[in-house]
Design a protein around this ligand. Sequence first.
Ligand code: TPP
Ligand code: MG
Length: 575
Amino acid sequence: MTERMTGAQSLVRALEQVGVDTVFGIPGGAILPAYDPLYDSAKVRHVLVRHEQGAGHAAEGYAQATGRVGVCMATSGPGATNLVTPIADAYMDSVPIVAITGQVASAAIGTDAFQEADISGITMPITKHNFLVTNADDIPRTILEAFHIASTGRPGPVLVDISKDALQADTTFSWPPTMQLPGYRPVTRPHSKQIREAAKLILEAKRPVLYVGGGVHKARASAELLELAELTGIPVVTTLMARGTFPDSHPQHMGMPGMHGSVSAVGALQKSDLLIGLGVRFDDRVTGQLSTFAPNAKIVHADIDPAEISKNRHADVPIVGDCKEVIRELIAAIDAKGDYAEWWNLLNGIKETYPLGFEEFEDGTLAPQYVMQRLSAIVGPDAYYVAGVGQHQMWAAQFVDYENPGTFINSGGLGTMGFAVPAAMGAKMGRPESTVWAIDGDGCFQMTNQELATCAIEGVPIKIAVINNGNLGMVRQWQTLFYDKRYSNTDLKTATRIPDFVKLAEAYGCAGLRCERAEDVDAVIKEAMEINDRPVVVDFVVHADAMVWPMVAAGTSNDDIKIARDMAPKWSDDE
Ligand SMILES: Cc1ncc(C[n+]2csc(CCOP(=O)(O)OP(=O)(O)O)c2C)c(N)n1
Ligand SMILES: [Mg+2]
């Protein structure tokens, strides 16, 4: 099919052709030509957000909940630069989004024109790829390429910056265009020799661990993972990005490793003689001090991105490939069972001795971890939980039980405060039939809560648990531990009800509830679960001094994990 139309019309047609149903954005001068045909599209719903950062995180939430590419749109200059944070966030967490920005007219590029910013230059290091389009004829092909790049191989953000004159020019639309991506050929099939080597190491190992990261769910390989784990009997740890990829309730699950991981997960890695890393980055938050990380372990490292392999820790057996195919081939290659009985004795001992726990407060104030446990118990594992960044995020990772892949959505790599509300909105729009709870901090919530207006107006009834400890709690925790309790600029004074989150919720057309005592938690959660005609904000007023434990202090060894202040687990009886 070939039709005459404007560049802007061809953009909207291309979006329809690649299957876009939702775009989050805000118009402005340079992108305005695109908003005109968008007005008529019967297939693409544009959601008018209140801040472009919200558009970007909403696209991420949509992408993570659906597995499809999320889309956001902004105008040139400040509109585009407001997308920088979510683009960087998507890059760090390998989230497939396409960001479409208007650019000043091509003749004005480089003249410091009104609202000009070199957004393709700015985002060069934080996008998987980006395009500057100045010719209307290139728009459909560029859109097709952008969606292909964002969603294949290691997923990630792609920016398409289109000059205003290209949007306004006449062009011919024909579909499908031919992609021109020489050199872009992600390797998905693992090399069979590497698989054989890995299988051999697995059989020889006495203390193997499946170290599972966000890449496994991105490859939609959790069923294969379960099969491999049960076939081999190897213990599994799930990183922050992999919570739910392997069921928490499974007896082989050792928990989350890392700075705030469980003793059993951290201990399993440290004492292992073989780590089978699947879709992981050996991130510093998992390894702790790199030189002392899993000192006796050989490494099998499978990832679709060859740049990840041996980036932080040398891989004895590197495997480049899609995790689904890698795991399938490992299953096929493993024809006997290793003997891991002693290993399991040790690990089960650690798991029993050091379960996750928390402190209750004698003055009757609410423990935030208790709120998580009750949310988990009442709301259940079929909901999506979307966290902000800070202590509440760690408690959400620790104390909510995840049974289903992809049900915990958070900002892992970049650690972006303000992620939760807009990402929850995007997740709910992608999965309208599911319950979506944002678990946010009182600090984070104040960064992006304006998207409550979007949710209320667009009919997106998310639920938000604000874990209100009155402080930038995670920073305060570090001040308690490492800065002699000198609380420089971490008291938000939220305890003085500035703002009053219940009134704020109501001002935005949402329901607002408050909970301050343990005995009310269940009733408030149930009340929130019953409100489905508008978003609900619950202000959980919790104790300011609750801390996240266990903890491996930044830069120290995983071996020095503490289960509370100055309290180390006893490892001695194991070797
Ligand atoms: C955009 C941004 N600015 C600053 C930080 C540093 N930071 C990390 S956690 C945190 C505190 C978050 O406070 P709150 O949302 O109240 O969560 P809490 O830790 O109290 O649960 C801060 C300031 C960050 N991660 N992101
Ligand atoms: Mg806080």
